[in-house]
Design a protein around this ligand. Structure first.
Ligand code: FAD
Length: 556
């Protein structure tokens, strides 16, 4: 199969082409769940297309704690099966994309009278190592109180007994999603953002096509498929209503908030997983000169597209920070940016948000619509395998079509062909030298290799093009090259797509966004031919996010 375009300037043409084709599978939802399904389907040889009504990853998949983790706390709930499965997936996600996933040593402090004693922590972490099949170099150790404070001096020292020390993995959830999508597209699948599935067409009671509305042009398209998969995360029940199959189990949405604080105000050296006064768990993670802390977990009943950080969410996290790191005395004025996400959990009678299981389930409706509900970022590949196995079985029964078995376990995602995790350090060094050889400053070349992995060659090409252009852009290379790359190779269609989900700058480098937002918007408007009204709308969208960042005034 040929490669479809993944360029934002060819979106509409691509939609027109797609409407003329017939697909083995249409995937609805471009978060990590849908992206994983698209890749698995494409690798097995299925003709597959994915639609997202917003930008890719604009739902929960850009709003998580950004950890690829086994879910240590689920041991307390005795969910051994899930810890074992998700725990093992951590290493696979890392191996297949070392440029978007990094091992992070995590500290779990134990206090007199706290939830975790030294013995139970030591045992729990040992069980975790065993269940998740953790490699020897990453197995847990136990630290004494003085060793703990040496590694993280900001921790409360009163009553400190020591800590458990173990490895989790840090990721960029939105970039992980986009790299999975890019790999799927390079293998013949198609993916379109700002394309909402607004209806289904049925024949003999079976769904045979989706009506897709292009949110940019307003035009509708009919896309025919043998199987449709509902991977819309917090929206799955809405799609089931459209399919008239919302019966039995339903979702329970819960909101989780994170706050970002400048590293100079909270100079955390070390990621910490700590318990809150009300018996929950929270992460504090240092990243790119900032520290982010979260999360809350409260029942959510409003629009999943716009979860907001409330004053009480913010205060809850600030209190937890000041309780565990008493010297920092954080106030609302220290919050640089924040984000809120909605967990698509499967409702369980009588359980509080934190007690509800994070497991995933596949439901199939009488119309043939396959829905995947629940789950975690970390388990996306395995969830995709389960769903695509089901799709393949139905295509075999109903259409006598045969497809290969799942083979994503050892498949690098886009940018991940760097010689595995073991080869990544050398890869970064060599490609940085290559960048310097091509005239780039070493730190910029290195930053690009770290972020884009084995796709960095394309950024080097774009840099050379940018330098030799007759009318060079007014933007410096560090901005224009990632911007062009995001537009041509990652379907970024608006400034928020670029500043939030392609670069993460809206969360971790807000000064950079403020510096370049006007010229980035002008550049995108000229390349994509926006109308005045579109430009105003996209600029307002970005300004709203910038205000909401430190935004005490805009909190509800
Ligand atoms: P989403 O990412 O929400 O994607 C669904 C997509 O469907 C959306 O982009 C939406 O626009 C689209 N859509 C909806 N309706 C339509 C339609 N009609 N047509 C077209 N498209 C449509 N997991 C971890 O493993 N590690 C963590 O550290 C972690 N932390 C978390 C912290 C918080 C606060 C939250 C909320 C979750 C966390 N999770 C974590 C869980 C993880 O983020 C989610 O399980 C995962 O992102 C869900 O992905 P998804 O693709 O199912 O849903």
């Amino acid at each position: 199969m040929g490669r479809h375009s993944f360029s934002s300037s060819r979106r509409e043409q691509l939609l027109q082409e797609i409407a003329k084709e017939r697909f083995d599978v249409v995937v609805i939802g471009g978060g990590i769940t849908g992206a994983g399904i698209l890749l698995d389907a494409a690798v097995r040889g299925m003709k597959a297309v994915l639609f997202d009504m917003q930008d890719f990853a604009a739902g929960t998949s850009s709003r998580s704690t950004k950890l690829v983790h086994g879910g240590l706390r689920y041991l307390k709930q005795l969910e051994f099966g899930m810890v074992a499965e998700v725990g093992k997936e951590r290493a696979i996600v890392y191996e297949n994309g070392p440029h978007v996933t990094t091992p992070e040593w995590m500290m779990l402090p134990c206090y007199k009278g706290g939830t975790f004693g030294m013995i139970s922590t030591s045992l729990g972490l040992r069980v975790y190592d065993f269940l998740a099949g953790v490699k020897v170099s990453e197995r847990r150790s136990m630290l004494k109180a003085n060793e703990t404070l040496m590694k993280e001096p900001l921790l409360k020292s009163e009553g400190l007994l020591g800590s458990g020390y173990y490895v989790e993995y840090r990721t960029d959830d939105a970039r992980l999603t986009i790299e999975v999508l890019k790999e799927a597209v390079s293998r013949g699948a198609a993916a379109i953002n700002y394309a909402e599935v607004i209806g289904f067409t049925c024949e003999n009671g079976k769904v045979v096509a989706a009506t897709v509305q292009d949110k940019v042009s307003g035009k509708n398209y009919e896309v025919a498929a043998s199987k449709l998969v509902n991977a819309t995360g917090p929206w799955v029940d809405g799609l089931r209503e459209m399919d008239r199959s919302k019966r039995g189990k339903v979702l329970q949405l819960t909101k989780g908030v994170h706050l970002v604080i400048d590293g100079r105000r909270m100079p955390l050296r070390q990621a910490v997983y700590f318990d809150t006064p009300d018996g929950r768990m929270m992460f504090a993670v240092p990243r790119e000169g900032k520290t982010y802390v979260g999360t809350t977990d409260t029942v959510y009943k409003d629009d999943p597209a716009h979860p907001a950080v409330s004053v009480s969410d913010q205060q809850y996290i600030i209190d937890a920070i000041n309780g565990m790191f008493p010297g920092v005395a954080i106030t609302a004025n220290d919050i640089e940016s924040s984000w809120a996400g909605v967990r698509p959990l499967i409702y369980e009678e009588g359980k509080s948000p934190s007690e509800i299981s994070r497991k995933d389930e596949v439901w199939e409706s009488p119309s043939g619509l396959i829905t995947i509900a629940g789950g975690k970022l970390t388990g996306y590949r395995k969830m995709a395998e389960t769903v695509v196995d089901r799709v393949a079985a139905r295509l075999r029964e109903e259409k006598a079509l045969e497809f290969a078995n799942c083979s994503t376990k050892r498949l690098p995602i886009s940018g991940g062909s760097v010689g595995g995790s073991a080869g990544f350090t050398d890869y970064v060094a060599n490609q940085t030298l290559e960048g310097v050889r091509r005239g780039l400053p070493g730190d910029l070349a290195e930053a690009w290799v770290l972020k884009y992995g084995s796709n960095v060659g394309r950024l080097f090409e774009l840099a050379e093009e940018a330098v030799s252009e007759h009318h060079p852009s007014e933007l410096p290379l560090e901005v224009v090259v990632p911007l062009k790359y995001a537009m041509i190779e990652e379907m970024a269609a608006t400034p928020v797509d670029f500043f939030h989900r392609r670069t993460g700058a809206l969360l971790f480098n807000i000064a950079w966004v403020r510096e370049w937002k006007v010229r980035v918007s002008q550049y995108m408007a000229s390349v994509l031919g926006w109308t005045e009204q579109q430009k105003r709308q996209y600029d307002e969208e970005l300004d709203l996010m910038l205000q909401a960042a430190p935004g005490q005034e805009t909190l509800q």
